[in-house]
Structures are given as C-alpha cells and as structure tokens.
Design a protein around this ligand. Structure first.
Ligand code: ZN
Length: 154
C-alpha cells in the first residue's frame, strides 16, 4: 500500500510539473488556479505516506519482538516441562527433574523463584549452615536461600 501511495504521489508530481510548463502558455492563470490545490493535496498525501511508513515500521518492530517473545516462551515451556515441584519438608520447595526426564545433566534442583520468572537457575550448596545445622542451598541468580538437609539424588 505504501508503494502504491508513493507511485500515486510521483504521478501527481509529474502532472504538476506538466501543469507548471503549461502555465507559461496563454492559459497560465487558469492552470495556476488548479496547480495550487494539487500541490496542497500532494503535500498532504506525502505527510500521510510518511505517517503510514512510520506506523508500518513500528508494527514490524512490534511483530519482531512478539515473535521473539513467543519463541522464548515456547523454549521455556519445553524446558519447564522437564521439572516438577518437590517439597523438601518444613515448607521448602524446589523444582526437580521429573523421573521420566532422561537428561544427560547431573541431578540438580532449580530455584522455585527463578522458575516462576521463567528462568532456569540451578541451586548451589553454600559453605554456610543454618543455626539448626542444616545446609543451605542458594540461587546464584536471585540469591534466595533454601535451608535443607536434602540434596539432589538423595
Ligand atoms: Zn533464583
């Protein structure tokens, strides 16, 4: 549509140029009366064409972003489907690989907070202990700490 509008504008400009050449003839004043409104129309059409091009560009950019978000979401859903919520007791939860997940990765747990943010972050054991003596697992991304004596694969 933008191409057709540009072609129409170019055709109108050509008509205006012809009309200007004719303006030097004996009917100059009559033609000049017609040229001015046409020039106004061309300027208006050019402005509309630029506006349409800007809107088209924005729509393309938004489309590209949405496609990227969709691809990321689909990729996350495939990854997320490999895990399930696991209670460690005392109100602590992690995401652990489903038993039927035949992953090559070593046993690990994912941070439940990051999982809800559609981010895979593997919990790491810290060298700190809770006052009860229980071990702590920490998320390297969001720094959440989970106190537990359970570990992946046990
Ligand atoms: Zn986290």
């Amino acid at each position: 549509m933008i191409t057709e509008t540009s072609q129409a504008l170019n055709a109108l400009k050509a008509i205006i140029e012809i009309a200007k050449m004719e303006a030097s003839s004996k009917v100059a004043s009559q033609i000049a009366d017609k040229v001015i409104p046409l020039q106004s129309l061309i300027l208006s059409l050019e402005a509309q064409c630029f506006d349409l091009q800007a809107k088209h560009h924005l729509a393309e950019e938004e489309n590209r972003k949405l496609r990227q978000q969709l691809a990321e979401r689909e990729q996350w859903e495939v990854e997320a489907a490999k895990y399930q919520l696991l209670g460690l007791g005392y109100g602590a939860f992690v995401y652990a690989a489903k038993p039927d997940n035949q992953s090559e990765e070593p046993m690990h747990w994912l941070c439940p907070h990051c999982y809800q943010q559609q981010r895979k972050s593997i919990l790491q054991r810290t060298d700190r202990c809770a006052p009860s003596g229980a071990a702590q697992l920490a998320c390297p991304a969001c720094e959440k700490v989970i106190v537990t004596n359970a570990f992946p694969g046990q």
